[in-house]
Design a protein around this ligand. Structure first.
Ligand SMILES: Cc1cc2nc3c(=O)[nH]c(=O)nc-3n(C[C@H](O)[C@H](O)[C@H](O)COP(=O)(O)OP(=O)(O)OC[C@H]3O[C@@H](n4cnc5c(N)ncnc54)[C@H](O)[C@@H]3O)c2cc1C
Length: 475
């Protein structure tokens, strides 16, 4: 006899495990299946985010940033350290330990919420049945009232630069390097490429980033991208825009990369090459042909605004469906579908999803860029405030960057907030809340911000929209 659950979730990344816990909170019986295997041979919940994405990358960003600051900033504070050394093995041990604690924590959360965590492969069959094949075990059929597909994504591999796990590597390999490569190439100046490039550059690698697009950070506001480009250049990241990679070949211990830019064909050699040109949805073996699931032309599971697939009672969330490939987007979709399954009204505001790059300085935004507002034809005003005028940023010795706010000319509604500077990823939450509540810049202007705090820069940028900044000359 097959076991039956109210909900079976396939995938325990941030989209799937959150959907499972929320569904259990509604009193439903839930199973969550995952087959993620780490490099140490151990199976773990948490998906890409916890095992090979958000968390390990932030652990390394923090270590490398501290190393960099110890070398370059401490003396400004009067701290002498002597010769600062970096032990990569210890740094990687710390990264692995953080990952272990957090992925192990999901097991604890499942237990507390009474979610049955199942290790193995899940496959949706027709009639909302799920074939669960445990690791080293016999397949069993689970039946469910609702199924959630949360199978995530994987790095895109280029035919002209195939991964070999040694010299031409993906983002996961790049997080687990055991030594600093002397010459590191990165194909793709997106979020992942820039974060990984920053880590290894701070640790001493000579990093060259090859980006096919002519615009740096094309998805960000231009003012923010300009500041970021200047800062990254000053940090030694050599970013080549309009550089179209034609071929990458491993010759002995070296990767030879040929690319074309405005000056013609170029060849450059690296010790390691990270290919970070985006991610693709994972759907292989996820559903039977007669399960009724449809994929779009890019391989994403087709869903509506509420993450419903074409099959009644089957939902799909996270990186395997349209929308930005971000952990918090997937998690909120997980919450939404669990609430819908419980018969509640729930929706996602896809217009207000924060984007963050955890580089130094950090970059974060929510809402529309100035170019997008301009293109929409809506009359608008802008205000910005530089961190050079922030007392807290000065005390932190981190004054690069600014906050920029765009609001509607007619009713002052905030349309976009763009930050490049210290803790931008934390500061953006105030903007997200403001956008979620359709706040005006006057609402932010009249909100008391603690002094001295970085958040005062958000307050001052809101004031600057009406030429009322108090700690910086207005236009
Ligand atoms: C280097 C890097 C850094 C990143 N940094 C950030 C960041 O700072 N912030 C952010 O928001 N996002 C970040 N991301 C993106 C983030 O990791 C993803 O958006 C997020 O993990 C997507 O969550 P998900 O649950 O949809 O999929 P995943 O996390 O990919 O999880 C899917 C899970 O499903 C399992 N699975 C798939 N198919 C099956 C099956 N048939 N049976 C059983 N199990 C299956 C997989 O094993 C996996 O565990 C980063 C990504 C990378 C690579």
């Amino acid at each position: 006899m097959s076991r039956s659950f109210d909900v079976v979730v396939i995938g325990a990344g941030p989209a799937g495990y959150i959907a499972a816990i929320r569904a259990a909170q509604h009193g439903m019986s839930v199973a969550c299946i995952d087959e993620w295997k780490n490099r140490d041979g151990k199976y773990a919940f948490g998906g890409t985010c916890l095992n090979a994405g958000c968390i390990p990358s932030k652990a390394l960003l923090e270590s490398s940033e501290l190393y960099h600051r110890a070398q370059h900033d401490f003396k400004k504070h009067g701290i002498s350290t002597g010769d600062v050394k970096m032990d990569i093995a210890t740094m990687q041990k710390r990264r692995a330990s953080i990952v272990r604690q957090l992925t192990g924590g999901i097991g604890g959360l499942f237990k507390a919420a009474k979610v049955e965590g199942l290790v193995g492969h899940g496959k949706l069959l027709a009639g909302k049945q799920v074939e669960f094949t445990p690791i080293d075990g016999k397949a069993e059929i689970l039946s469910a009232k609702h199924v959630v597909l949360a199978s995530g994504s994987a790095p895109i591999e280029l035919g002209i630069a195939p991964f070999d796990g040694e010299h031409i590597i993906d983002s996961w390999d790049a997080l687990e390097l055991e030594a600093v490569p002397q010459r590191l190439g990165v194909v793709g100046a997106g979020v992942i490429g820039l974060e990984l490039g920053s880590v290894w550059a701070r640790l001493g690698a000579k990093v060259t980033v090859l980006e096919a697009m002519d615009d740096f950070l094309f998805m960000a506001d231009r003012d923010v991208a300009k500041v970021a480009a200047k800062e990254f250049k000053a940090q030694g990241l050599d970013i080549h825009l309009g550089a179209k990679v034609a071929k990458a070949e491993v010759k002995g211990k070296v990767v030879s990369v040929t690319y074309a830019d405005k000056d013609g064909d170029q060849t450059i050699e690296f010790d390691k090459l990270i290919v970070a040109v985006g991610r693709r949805p994972v759907t292989t073996g996820l559903f039977a042909e007669d399960a009724g699931i449809q994929l779009d032309e890019r391989g994403f599971v087709v869903v509506d605004e509420e993450c419903r697939t074409r099959v009644k009672g089957v939902y799909a969330v996270g990186d395997c469906v349209r929308g930005p490939m971000l952990a918090h987007k997937g998690s909120e979709e997980g919450v939404m579908v669990a609430d819908l399954m419980a018969g509640e009204v729930a929706e996602m505001n896809y217009d207000v999803i924060p984007s963050v790059l955890y580089t130094s300085p950090e970059i974060a935004w929510a809402g529309k860029t100035e170019a997008e507002v301009k293109a929409s034809g809506r009359a608008y005003k802008t205000g910005s405030f530089p961190f050079t005028a922030s007392g807290r940023a000065k005390a932190m010795e981190q004054t690069a960057g600014m906050v920029k706010i765009i609001s509607s000319q007619d009713d002052d509604e905030i349309l976009g907030v763009h930050i490049v500077g210290p803790m931008a990823g934390e500061l953006i939450s105030e903007a997200v809340l403001a956008l979620e509540f359709s706040a005006s810049t006057e609402d932010l202007q009249r909100t008391i911000h603690a002094h001295p705090s970085l958040a005062e820069a958000v307050h001052e940028a809101a004031l600057a929209v009406d030429n009322r900044a108090l700690n910086f000359p207005n236009r």
